[in-house]
Each structure stands twice: as C-alpha cells, then as structure tokens.
Design a protein around this ligand. Sequence first.
Ligand code: FES
Length: 519
Amino acid sequence: MTDEVRIELQPLGEHLKVPRGTPLREILFDYGVEFPCGGRGQCRGCRIRVAEGSLEVTPPQRQVLRPQEIEEGWRLSCQCRAEGDMRLEMAQWKADILVDDSLFEFSPGKGLGIAIDLGTTTVVVQLLDLETGRVLGVRTALNAQARHGADVMSRVEFAVSGGGRKTLTDVIRHQIGTLIRQVLAHSLVPIDDKAPDNGAAAWRESDLTQIVIVGNTVIHHLFCGIDPEPLSHYPFEPMEIGLYKFQARELGWDLESNPVVRFLPCLGGFVGADTLAGILAIRMHESRDLVGLVDLGTNGEIVFGNSERMICASTAAGPAFEGARIWMGMRAATGAVYQVQASNGGLHCSVLGNTEPRGICGSGLVDAIAVGLDLGRVAPGGKLNCEGEHFVIADPVAISQTDVRQLQLAKAAIAAGIKLVLERIGGTHDQVKALYLAGAFGNYISRESARRIGLIEFPIDKVRPAGNTALLGAKMALFQPDIDGELFPRILERMEHMSLSADPHFMDTYVEEMVFPRG
Ligand code: FES
C-alpha cells in the first residue's frame, strides 16, 4: 500500500494526491467546501457524495444523514479521512467572489497601497497605484478561518471555549500575508525591465506604503489579537473597537518597505469596520439627505443617517440568506437555483452555470417564497400549502416547511432592525432618499421579491444594489492620509450604536415582521 491516495473532485475535474489518512476537511476547504458548524458534524453543510471508493460512516453521520442519503453515498466530509482512492462529488464548489471596480474621486497619493475586504467567508485583496487610482492586481480566497466555523459566532465559540483564539489569529494573518505576496508578485513589473506595452508603470515592492483592512467586529478582534469573549454573551459589546495600526513585520509579513497596516475601527456591537467603509463608499457622512445602508448577511448590519447624525445596529438574521441551514441550500455557486419566476401557473428557474439544479442559494430562496406567496403555495403566516411535504422548485430542488421558517426568521430580523433604527433617527420610509444594499447578496437579490416578502418596504426605485462597499471604502481610505486624525473621529462622534437586543420594542416588532405581507 502506498502512502498516498488519489482523489478526483467532481464537477471541478481536479485530481489530487494526498497523504493517506488526511482529514478531508483539510483538503476540501480550498475547493470551496464550507464547514458551517466548524466540523462538529451537526449541520450537514459539508456534505459530499462518494461516487467511487468508500468513506466510513461514523456514528455522528448516522444521526445527521438519512439512511437513504447514506445509501446513495452522501457523507459529512468533516467526519472523514482519505483512506483510499476515491471520486467525490461536492455539493458546493467554487463560487465567484464579489470584488470592486467602481470609479471614485480621489486626491492622488504616492506609491502603492493595498485594500483588503476581510469577510467572514471570503477575502479580497486589491493592489492600487495611489497616483492614478488604477487597480494593478487582485487576489481572492475563502477565509481560511472558516475551517473552524462558517459564521462569526462559531468562530467566537472556537476562540473562547475551544481555546482557538491564537490559531484563528495566526491563520488569518498568515493567509493575508500570503495573498499580499501573491498580488505583488503577479502584478508588479520589475523596475529594471523595459516598460510594459500597456503603458503600466513599473513598480518596486518597496513602493508599497500602506495597507488598509476592513472586516466585521469579530474578524477585527481575531485579526488584531483582541479577546472576542465579550462578543459571546449579552450585551455583546466588544472589548475594543478602535483603529489598530501595525507595521507589516509585527504581523510576520516580510515586506521590504515594512508598510503601515491599518485595520479600520468598528462602530459598536457587531457593526464593524466593513460598515464604516460602506459609509465612506456611499458617502453617507457627507449626505444632506437621509440615506440607509444595509448588509444582508448572517449578521445584518444597518445604518441610517446623513452628514449630521447616523445610527447603526446589527441583527442576527441567521444563515438563510446565504443558503445555509436550508434543506437543499448552497452558496451562490454552480448548480444553485438563483432566480425563480412564475410562468404560466408554474415556475421558471435559472441555475448558476446553466447546469442541472443541485440546490438553492439565498436569492433563489427569496424569489421562491415570493412566487410561492403569489401562487398561494405559501400562506402569509408561512405555512406551506403544497401537495406533499415540500414545495418543489426545480426537481430535485425543493423547499421544506423549516426552510420557510428560517427565511421568516431572517427577514423578520432585518425588517425589524430597519424599522427600529429608522424610528430612532426620527425618519420615515418616505424621507429616505436611497437605501443601499451592500455585499454579494444585496447585489443579486431581486428587489421586487425582497419587497414581496416584506424584507424591504421601500419603493423599488429607492433601493440600490451597491456592490462590495467594504472594499470600495477600504480603497477610498488609502487616499486619505488624515483619515485617522480627522475623518474617523468626526464620523464616530456623529454615530450612535443602537443595541437591538436591549431595545424593549424589538421582540414585538420582530414577531410582527415574521408574517409575510398579503398580496
Ligand atoms: S456537519 Fe460537517 S461542518 Fe457541519
């Protein structure tokens, strides 16, 4: 017997050789498989199917997988090791990561800068010429911490009760350092070489002067080496929310110019530096009109305000918008139903990659429930009204009663948060000039369906997908050298963080918002 085994991954068509006995979790993460419960065998999110070869069925798998699924070859990859050659089919696989190519006004600076959107799931690193604002290179990856939990609370749990805080800090610093080295190596033209044909300037690595990172509060803590324990219990107030400055070498990054690295400040609670960057991106802090910014994630972040006053809050929406904890849910990747429309009394579905449907992502789920409400297959209270137990979307993809409940919880959390923040700032839906939706989900969700399910009550023409506002704001921060001394203090003194969990009206509003609007 050799010490290596061969693994074929489908539908990626990748062929790997790995040491016998390697945990599949260590292998598959790099190919897009997520481990939502941190590999505890509780969530089913890491399912794979053994098409050839075999994988042991351990007792935790028997508790979570149905006998028929086991029969069909489904396994929880977090519970398995590669003990023999095999061909695996992965239920989730490579997804596009939202970057940013927006144009924005700036005052030219000097040298090179790097902007980093450090998300819970994904990481984007962009290298910029600070004289021209041109993006010279980009690197994306899945956040390497996700092996220890897909959402922020799983990571806090791993850091606090699992003693994994140092691991999570080391993992993410190492990954970001590697991505920086890669983007520099692939994007810079050696200064001694003849000028490139495309007229691009030649740069040395030593021209890198600064790096700006943004991320949510938990990621901020874990990157900066701050104890996230206070975020694990009521009142969920972070230990530190300020701006953190490092020299690259302090982080173990061997960069010739030893540039300054700034992790931008958070705003309070679970409202992080990514939201602050979003405020910069949509220029809320300069707006005379009342505007809003909402990030529709597992942790929904909400800000309303203008140049005089801003109020922010976060609300635990759960992972339904990301397709997690949904019976046939998956990320927005190949094979995901991402759009559902009513067609001649039936349904018309669009599938990412134009392939056979294998699951449903967040935007598809919102569409499906909106259409289900119109067709009477979902009642306003959320009860499924279908033949059989499931609402079949595109065979074999179907929605269960539990899925509808998960979406109700998510939409109620966001809708209640928006209502209460607006009330606190003294604004009405009519007075809001624009509502910007941040992030990948906000970019792809149908505004009509979001309104139909009562997630967003604003007129459609006021709702604007805003793309990766975290990355755009991080880039804008690179061009404002005085941002720490002037702009941030000005924004922070006008910002109020509202704790929804402490608000006496939150629970009633949340329960009211659980109901879908009648047509
Ligand atoms: S069951 Fe494997 S990560 Fe949750």
